[in-house]
Design a binder for this molecule. Structure first.
Ligand code: FBP
Length: 323
């Protein structure tokens, strides 16, 4: 059993040693993501300052152009993951098309990421995050990103909040590592995370409720009758992180405005669903286990309901009643 406080890089190598046939490729891939998110974390901490001065001094003391944070995060991830040589192809929520890094010709994996989730919260200093998802390279085409959530080799997120926390799974449980900025290391802080069987918090943007299906409105009204409270930060990573720790449900239903929901399947919903299911929770788009669903294309959107077993089973029952 790994010790609390263990450095994430050592943890990744210890996990690799459990698989004699492992090539080390996935370990290098995960370490590249860890490095990129540490750089992003340090810039998130500066964002407020950069934002103030950005307007005054177009270049910083190094003479570098100050970039918008999500553009910066995207560039850091593309550069470092390309240089790792482990990814044959990269898909980003910020980029229209898939890119095939020069150094990735021998890459065994493909990676999809949302470089900065909750971008509307950057300038108001509310928690934001990065989400990633890794698949095996099969055809070497875009099809490798449309394999379906249950084909993910690894998934994770980093929440940049009061502290930066790196949470990931390779399909054998879920662990979290908190960044100690004084030494620049992500250290194991939550081993084998388990979501509570049920909670008392629901997280959804209720301002859209007029456009929801009546059964969905009824479900959330029932939670209110049961004394649930509401929390919605506008950053999926932060809302799901809280749901993993406290239990309850996070949702972004379809509505008359966004008929397929708002959140992206590849970059947001499938990785967060794998994470919640690895912690003993459930995730659905309203019909079944969302990890069985395949995106139609790399920027497909989907409704999502994920969280504790009790809340999701209750939700599914309401959806099928009078269906
Ligand atoms: P971005 O990845 O573009 O930030 O969008 C995703 C997101 O911000 C989620 O993190 C969040 O749950 C949702 O959109 C909030 O949407 P809304 O502002 O419509 O409630």
């Amino acid at each position: 059993m790994p010790n609390i406080g263990m450095d994430i890089n050592r943890y990744i190598l210890e996990e690799e040693r459990k698989y004699p046939s492992a090539t080390g490729s996935l370990s290098i891939a995960l370490m590249a993501i860890e490095t990129a998110t540490k750089i992003i974390s340090s810039h998130v901490r500066m964002a407020g300052l950069a934002e103030i001065f950005g307007k005054a001094m177009k270049t910083n003391v190094q003479g570098e152009e100050v970039q918008k944070l999500d553009e910066f995060a995207n560039n850091v991830l593309v550069r470092i993951l390309s240089d790792s040589g482990q990814f044959y192809a990269i898909a980003s929520e910020e980029l229209d098309d898939v890119i095939y890094p020069e150094k990735g010709h021998e890459g065994r994996y493909v990676v999809a990421f949302d470089p900065l989730d909750g971008s509307s919260n950057i300038e108001v200093n509310v928690s934001i995050g990065t989400i990633f998802s890794i698949y095996r390279k099969n055809t070497g085409t875009q099809e490798d990103f449309l394999q379906g959530g249950d084909k993910q080799i690894a998934a994770g997120y980093v929440v940049y909040g009061s502290s930066s926390v790196f949470v990931y799974t390779t399909g054998t449980g879920l662990n979290a590592f908190t960044l100690d900025p004084s030494v620049g290391l992500f250290l194991l802080s939550h081993n084998d995370m388990r979501i509570p069987e049920s909670g008392k918090i629901y997280s959804v943007n209720e301002s859209n409720s007029k456009g929801w299906d009546k059964r969905i409105r009824d479900y959330f009204d029932a939670l209110k009758d049961e004394g649930y409270t509401a929390r919605f930060s506008g950053t999926m990573v932060a809302d799901v992180h809280r749901t993993l720790l406290k239990g309850g449900i996070f949702a972004y239903p379809a509505d008359t405005k966004s008929k397929k929901g708002k959140l992206r399947m590849l970059y947001e919903v499938l990785p967060m669903s794998m994470i919640v299911e690895q912690a003993g929770g459930m995730a659905t788009e309203g019909k079944g286990d969302i990890l069985q669903a395949k995106p139609e294309e790399i920027h497909s959107r989907t409704p999502v309901f994920l969280g504790s077993r009790k809340e999701i089973v209750q939700f599914m029952n309401t959806q099928f009643k009078n269906a």
